[in-house]
Design a protein around this ligand. Structure first.
Ligand SMILES: Cc1cc2nc3c(=O)[nH]c(=O)nc-3n(C[C@H](O)[C@H](O)[C@H](O)COP(=O)(O)OP(=O)(O)OC[C@H]3O[C@@H](n4cnc5c(N)ncnc54)[C@H](O)[C@@H]3O)c2cc1C
Length: 567
């Protein structure tokens, strides 16, 4: 095996969520070392493979993205490919460095809590081997750690605040593995898992694992992974100059059968495309459009335009990176405390109790019906079924289902909803997912809890004929437009003609939309008055709900069930 004697660096590039060869400051930095050897590696980490609940769609997307990266590397150099090694990075990387005489390990820095802890361990073991670690930002527009520094260590809670801080920064700125814990993906494994039988794969070729090696059935989504797909998707978006210049998120349609936004988020999640490619690509197209006289429309501004969308992503990354426990309520200083049903529960030492003890049967059943798309509200059910099948739904569809299960009607903790998204979304992101759930539940970032999405009126705004419902709830496909979002209101003869009797082939609404909305608003109003956050003493010592009850009695605020506030 090679020695470290030659003076030219021997570089191992550790790919993580940057599965591309374009727009990658970390890769540029690795190549700038002028390495005599360059080994691109992916660590197929069992703590992610078994310890994180992930749906089939995200698994396949990831494998395709790894293959896409490997192809892109081979295209640049026919001798090159992505080397997939199977095991934990903190165990494998020192072994590989020794084997291959590696002098430098380079990676793209990530600032979320999980990545930071993993990277700390890896740095520690590599330092013992005398290997130099080089890491470089690039996942976001600005390094979240730098932004937070400018904000005195505090999370960014509004886009305006993030923009001000960004302005200040300026524009430059024994390997064999046996899993002995709970396998979070056991339920979706229908075949035999041979994934970790050999460090470099069954054929000793460092190949990308397959779905069948992991014991999985095929994925269901039509969204395909990889850096080539990502660039195709961006090119399509940029080709429509007027669309780029006039892009306005609130005016896109959650009901559309074809995505009415870019669908770039799964690619951003796995780094199949760089954020600067989208930012500068859009800037260039808009500048050219302006030079030609801005024909066909008026340029949109932040936060509705594409730049605003990318800034929201950074804002959430900074909010996550600055604070503890962004992914839950307890201990989370930015999150308002609301006495949700089915919240995480903790023992006396503050450890989360898993598996969760069953609570109120009605709430458990409502939660399951929501997850499985059988609430009896076709708009919610279509969105949830699309989410499970496709691994992606439109932003405003996410709004609708998240509002419904939390503050809108069900009063179930955003922690539960977030977990379902975590499992089903291809684009799942440790900052954007909890951040948006806190927004939608009015736990942070947004506070207008009296504004609730109508389950019938909201989808009607963009599609009167219910195309998305007809596709994902085929049992309703023959209902007339008039009843498509509320089939239970159809007379029985109409139901018969549509070959779908409500209560038999499709459920009755599981709750009274308006009554539950009023109850939720009254309860949230009480919680807002009390003003606890996830790090308040009453929440940490487990007495948050009792204090809230006491407050309601003392202040003679109407108990939640008798709330009168109308939205
Ligand atoms: C409850 C809830 C959970 C969400 N969970 C995630 C998640 O896990 N991962 C994720 O990437 N997005 C999440 N989002 C944000 C948003 O819905 C998706 O980023 C967007 O729908 C992706 O589709 P697109 O690429 O077509 O978006 P476009 O509208 O084309 O936007 C372009 C890019 O901007 C970024 N972006 C846009 N809006 C947001 C936003 N509100 N927050 C963060 N980034 C944004 C995304 O990277 C997106 O790809 C969530 C939203 C809600 C309401």
């Amino acid at each position: 095996m090679p020695s470290k004697a030659s003076s030219a660096p021997r570089v191992l590039y550790w790919f993580r969520t940057d599965l591309r060869v374009t727009d990658s400051p970390a890769l540029t930095r690795a190549l700038a070392l002028k390495p005599s050897t360059f080994v691109p590696v992916w660590c197929w980490d069992p703590s992610y493979i078994y310890g994180h609940r992930v749906g089939l769609n995200r698994w396949r997307f990831l494998l395709e993205s790894m293959t896409g990266l490997s192809d892109a590397l081979t295209e640049l150099n026919p001798q090159q490919k992505l080397h997939v090694v199977r095991g934990r990075p903190e165990q494998l990387l020192p072994i590989l460095c020794r084997q291959w005489g590696i002098t430098h390990v380079v990676w793209e820095k990530d600032s979320n809590a999980y990545a930071k802890e993993r990277d700390r361990k890896v740095k520690e073991v590599l330092a013992k081997e005398g290997v130099e670690v080089v890491h470089e930002g690039g996942r976001h527009l600005y390094d979240p750690d730098e932004i937070i520094k400018g904000n005195k260590g505090k999370p960014t809670m509004t886009l305006h605040q993030w923009q001000k801080l960004a302005e200040k920064l300026g524009e430059d700125s024994d390997w064999k593995f046996h899993w002995d814990k709970v396998d979070f993906n056991a339920e979706i494994r229908t075949g035999v898992d041979t994934c970790f039988d050999k460090l470099c794969g069954p054929n000793h070729d460092f190949a990308v694992p397959t779905m069948s090696e992991m014991g999985y059935a095929e994925a269901t989504t039509t969204v395909r992974g990889g850096t080539a797909e990502a660039h195709k998707c961006l090119d399509n978006f940029l080709a429509d100059t007027l669309h780029v210049a006039t892009f306005s998120k609130p005016h896109t349609a959650p009901t559309s059968l074809e995505p009415s936004t870019t669908l770039l988020s799964p690619y951003m999640k796995f780094g199949c495309i760089g954020v600067r490619e989208i930012w500068w690509g859009s800037k260039k197209v808009i500048e050219e459009w302006k030079k030609k006289g801005s024909k066909g429309g008026k340029e949109t501004k932040e936060p509705e335009n594409m730049f605003g969308q990318l800034q929201f992503r950074d804002m959430y990354a900074c909010a996550e990176a600055a604070g503890a426990h962004f992914e839950r309520i307890r201990g989370n200083g930015v999150c308002r405390y609301i006495d949700w049903k089915l919240q995480n529960q903790y023992d006396e030492d503050g450890n989360e109790i898993l598996p969760r003890p069953k609570e109120d049967e009605v709430d458990e059943e409502r939660f399951l019906a929501w997850k499985e798309g059988r609430t009896g509200f076709p708009w919610i059910d279509a969105c949830m079924r699309q989410l499970k099948i496709q691994g992606w739904i439109h932003h405003l569809a996410r709004h609708s289902v998240a509002c419904f299960i939390t503050r809108g009607q069900c009063y179930i903790s955003w922690e539960r909803g977030m977990e379902v998204f975590d499992e089903y979304l291809i684009d799942w992101d440790p900052a954007s997912n909890p951040g948006n759930w806190m927004w939608l539940s009015c736990s942070a970032f947004f506070s207008q809890y009296f504004r609730v999405y109508g389950l019938e009126s909201w989808p009607l705004r963009t599609d009167k004929s219910g195309a998305l419902v007809r596709k994902y709830c085929p049992e309703l496909k023959d209902f007339p437009d008039k009843y498509i979002y509320a089939p239970h209101k159809a007379p029985v003869d109409v139901q018969r003609k549509a070959s779908c009797i409500i209560g038999e082939q499709y459920p009755f609404p599981m709750l009274d939309e308006h009554k539950e909305k009023d109850r939720c608003i009254a309860r949230i109003k009480n919680a807002y008055h009390l003003g606890f956050h996830g790090d308040s003493t009453e929440v940490l010592d487990g007495n948050g709900n009792q204090s809230l009850d006491g407050f309601v009695k003392k202040a003679k605020v109407a108990p939640a069930s008798k709330g009168k506030k109308k939205a």
